[in-house]
Design a protein around this ligand. Sequence first.
Ligand code: NDP
Length: 321
Amino acid sequence: MRAWVQNDKETRGGWAEIDEVVPGDGEALIRVTHSAINYKDGLALTGTSPIFRSFPMVPGIDVAGVVEHDPSGRMAPGTDVVITGHGMGETRWGGYAEKLAVPADWLIAIPSSMSNEHAAAIGTAGLTAALCLDALEDHGVRPDGGPMVITGASGGVGGYAVALAATAGFDVKAVSGRSSEKDYLMGLGASEVVDRAPFEEKPRPLGKEQWASAIDVAGGEILANVISGMQYGGAVAACGLAQSMNLPTSVAPFILRAVALLGVDSVYAPPEKRARAWGRFTPEVVKRFDPMLVREKFDAVDGLAQDLLDQKIRGRVVLSW
Ligand code: NDP
């Protein structure tokens, strides 16, 4: 089968013809139809960060495909499924291959109303955006409470977050470093596009109270500035580090304004959380995502991974053969 493989830490990987995967005990065999490029895939493919934890490794955090065999009998052969996270592309082989073997209980059936292309595109990015919204709503955040600010809006997670939050009735302020994407972001549902530059300045412990809630994919100064700009009792869902792993903030927003910082992980999210989050992707919502899709072929992943890290890609790259 064809797969993008990296054999060791030192040598950059690439496309190769390798032996077909053999499913282990309890594993299903999937024919991959689509994958996507996440920020983490970009780091892995370019060798920018040590994402691969064992070798040989096949990247690709997200997979949509067709069941060839499911030993549990839960999914009939021919069923369209999506699988995201679970350490794929890090600790176990991911989706940049013609076939994939994964534990059968990781498979999520793609609803008949959704294409495999859209399921792969939603993938980890959409799931993470949905989990952020779930976390905020569980905290008591409601649309009538005030504006929600979303960072990294031109990217994958950010774009899905804007569209999902707008669909849920939130007044979405989309933060972006790209003023050229204003029409695109308003089309996804933002009521305003806010320039990223002020968010990159040195954060003050407390700023003007502007946002009732927030979804942040950036970390670093950007997240710190979001936190200091929260209204009293506001809540921030933090899921990314596109700017930095650091968080140069103080306790002031937490102890003086009762701001809540909610961490969100999609990779090892339990099945019940995944099911709830996928439930947000109704046919009406999915239609809204079409402008986000950048349709590309698997062969092009290396160049696209670098473009993604260089902030040259808008929305979400979805890959097919
Ligand atoms: P993308 O590259 O698609 O989007 C990231 C966006 O962030 C960019 O489009 C850009 O938006 C902004 N950005 C990028 N680089 C910088 C920078 N240096 N400084 C400030 N802003 C920047 O990535 P994803 O949407 O796939 O992922 C976003 C983040 O979320 C990543 O850090 C990723 O690791 C994390 N993530 C976490 C998950 C979890 O489970 N917790 C799951 C998925 C992703 P703009 O130009 O509009 O400002």
